[in-house]
Structures are given as C-alpha cells and as structure tokens.
Ligand binder design. Structure first.
Ligand SMILES: [Fe+2]
Length: 412
C-alpha cells in the first residue's frame, strides 16, 4: 500500500510544474516525427509513438480523473480498452501485437485528448491536494518518463527497419564516450543496505530497504566498449557454444545473431552502427549497446579467458552495482545516462515486498519472474529519472533497449 515515503512532498505549484514539463517533453519527442512515423509498430515488443502518447494519457484518465474528478466522464470510453497496456483490474485490452493497426483515433485526436486531460488534471490539483493525489500524479509523471524512453527505443527500432536508415535527430541522442583505461575497483563487500531510503518518489519494487550480503569482489571502473566487443566477434565468440548458456545458444541459432542489434556492414570489413542520428562507422570507444543478457553473459565468460585485464570476469549482482553507485560518485558518469547494465540478478521481490494497493498494484510486482535486473539508466532515459536503487528488468533475449554491461569479478 502507499506509504508516505513513496513520493516527494511538493507544493501544488511545484507538482504542476513537473507535470506540465513532463507532458511537454513527450510532445517535443515527436516534433521530428510525421504522423506516419507515429503510427507504425515494428514488432510486438515495441509500440507506436502515437500509442505511447495515448497510453500515458489514459493512465491519468483512469487512475486520477476517474476516481477523483467530480462529474467525471471519459473523453471516449472506448479509449479505455485501446490504451490499456496490462491492467487486468481495469478491464479489456486491445491486443499488444496489433497496436500499429490503430489508425483511429488519429494522431491529431490523441493530441487533442492529451490537452483535455492535462487541463483537467491541472484543474483537479487546484481544488484537491490530498496525499494520495500527490503520489498518483508523481506516479503519472514517472510512468510517462518510462514511456518517453520507450518511445525513443521503439522509434530507433522502427527506423532501423527502413533500408534508408533515416535519422531521427541531428543532435547526438547517443552514448557518451568512454575514454578512461580499464581498471578493477574494490567493490563494497559485507552486509550492505540495499533498496530505497529517502523522501523522493520511487517504485514499490525498490523497497523495502534491507540488508544484503556482498562477497569480496571487484567491479569495472567503466563500461565494456565496442572495441572490446569487436574482439569477441573476431575471435568467433558468436560461433563457439562454450561461452553460451544453453538457452542463449539456442536463441542465437534460431535468431541467427552474430553481432549486437543495429550493427551492420556497409562494406565487407567495417562495422557501422545505426543510431537515432543515422548510420555511422562504429565508434570504438563508445560503450557497447543493444545486447541481450545472453550476449552480456557470454562476453563476460569469453573475456575472462581472452583479455588479460578481464581475467575472472563475470556480470555483477544488482547489489554489487548498487553498492558501487551509492559509494563512489567518481564513476557516476558511466553508471547513469549511457547504457543500462545487465546484472546476474533475477528480478525477484525484496524481503518484505508488498505491491502498492489498488490498481497500481499491477505496476511492477506481477512481472517478477523470468526477467533479469538492469541497473543505471541510458542515454534515452529522461533527466531526473535515474536512481542508485532503480530496478529495470527485461527477459534474457531482449535487446532493443539501450543495454550494455559492466564487468565484475570475485576477490580483489
Ligand atoms: Fe505504461
């Protein structure tokens, strides 16, 4: 259930300002897109930009306006089905794989609906300012931020399927460079305090705060780079079963995978990488991105034996990563805002975990099986949406997110 530590105490003006800023950022993200760009769905895991814009609006309509607004009426009650993602407590859903077929409502109507809901949420906040409403609006803002990142990852995937490799932006919406030489840092070992503590917004899956045991370990001072990944490819890493988990090896054969997603060859000998800025020669100093858990795990096993400085390498646990993030600001540029980092930890509840009450109880808890934890944040993550305790999660084969890795090893 909601507790008073799940959200930040703000004045109604401050909260309104955050609300409007997040809504405007969503609109800014589609400025460079045509209605056709916003319509298409490139695969089942990805959603059209129009659907993202609508779904985050639906969230405010059903979670906030419906229970709190006097004389509430839907803009269009059918939207409650079209733009419900996975909330069984709310009702029927349009099939996820067919979101790209929703040519109605039009983008123009979705944008008009967005304005209507924004005005009504603003008006509501001016007359009611309960703790529950404050929390729900902060949840709405954070939910929209998650979909802003998904909108970019999904447009990236959509544009990668266009033979012309269109650029979304001239500005670098991409990884910063990793320049420092690799070294192992002594990790924080023994009993550590894991999980969220403080007075800001956080998701239910980040708590409760609890003791976790870190073995003596070391952790990489930086992310694994494209140059290091290329060495893995050139050594036949994708063709040698001994580096791979059995399920990963089967996935590799079925999907015919031999490089990270978005790597391609314009000429015989040189890899290019498609980003939101278009197709360009691979930047050897940039962190590798768009790899699955299977690939990250296989790379660590290979690197442990083939790169002297990586001897003993494995993936970090989520608590090894979290202890580093909480202890050492020196590495904060690599920890956040670049690529999400796979950990060897399964997505499971913390001791004492209780999902939020009400409809929001379906937000995180019901996904706690068959997924791995990623820590940090990516270049596509909106500002203000990163925390040392943030737990992202994806299945072992997923790689259309900005996902990379940082290595760890036992001992010092
Ligand atoms: Fe959502």
């Amino acid at each position: 259930m909601l507790t008073d530590t799940n959200y930040q105490t703000l004045s109604s003006d401050e909260l309104l300002e955050q609300f409007h800023r997040s809504r405007e950022y969503s609109r800014a993200l589609i400025e460079n897109l045509s209605p056709e760009d916003c319509q298409a769905q490139s695969m089942e895991d990805a959603s059209p930009a129009k659907w993202h814009l609508a779904h985050v609006t639906w969230f405010y309509e059903v979670m906030i306006l419906k229970p709190f607004e006097e004389n509430f009426a839907y803009w269009n009650p059918q939207f409650a089905i079209l733009f419900n993602s996975y909330y069984n407590g709310i009702g029927d859903k349009h099939p996820r794989s067919k979101r790209g077929l929703l040519t109605r409502p039009t983008l123009a109507e979705v944008l008009a609906w967005r304005k209507n809901i924004e005005a009504r949420v603003s008006a509501l906040l001016k007359v009611k300012f309960s703790t529950e409403l404050q929390w729900l609006i902060q949840l709405g803002i954070n939910h929209e931020q998650q979909h802003q990142e998904l909108l970019l990852t999904d447009i990236h995937h959509l544009f990668s399927n266009n033979s012309l490799f269109p650029a979304y932006s001239d500005e670098p919406v991409q990884n910063t460079l990793t320049t420092q030489p690799f070294q192992w840092i002594r990790g924080v070992s023994g009993l550590i305090e894991a999980g969220y503590e403080g007075n800001g917004f956080h998701f239910d899956n980040e708590g409760p705060k609890h003791a976790a045991l870190n073995q003596i370990h070391s952790i990489g001072n930086r992310l694994v780079t494209n140059a290091e990944w290329l060495a893995f490819i050139e050594d036949g890493g994708y063709q040698n079963f001994k580096w791979w988990l059995d399920a990963g090896w089967a996935w590799l054969q079925t999907e015919k995978i031999s490089a990270p997603l978005y790597w391609n060859k314009e000429s015989k000998n040189q890899f290019f990488r498609f980003s939101l800025c278009g197709n360009a020669p691979l930047d050897m100093h940039a962190p590798v991105s768009n790899i699955s858990y299977f690939e990250a795990d296989a790379f660590a096993r290979w690197a442990s034996q083939h790169i002297t400085s990586f001897a003993g390498a494995r993936l970090p646990t989520e608590f090894e990563w979290e202890a580093l993030a909480k202890s050492n600001s020196e590495y904060s540029t690599d920890l956040f805002g670049n690529v999400w980092q796979w950990t060897s930890s399964n997505y499971t509840p913390y001791p004492g975990y209780q999902p939020w009450g009400g409809i929001a109880g379906e937000y995180n808890g019901k996904f706690m099986v068959n997924q791995m934890i990623l820590r940090g944040s990516s270049a596509y993550t909106p500002a203000g949406h990163s925390r040392s305790t943030y737990r992202n999660f994806f299945p072992t084969h997923a790689r259309w997110q900005m996902t990379g890795l940082r290595l760890a090893k036992d001992g010092v």
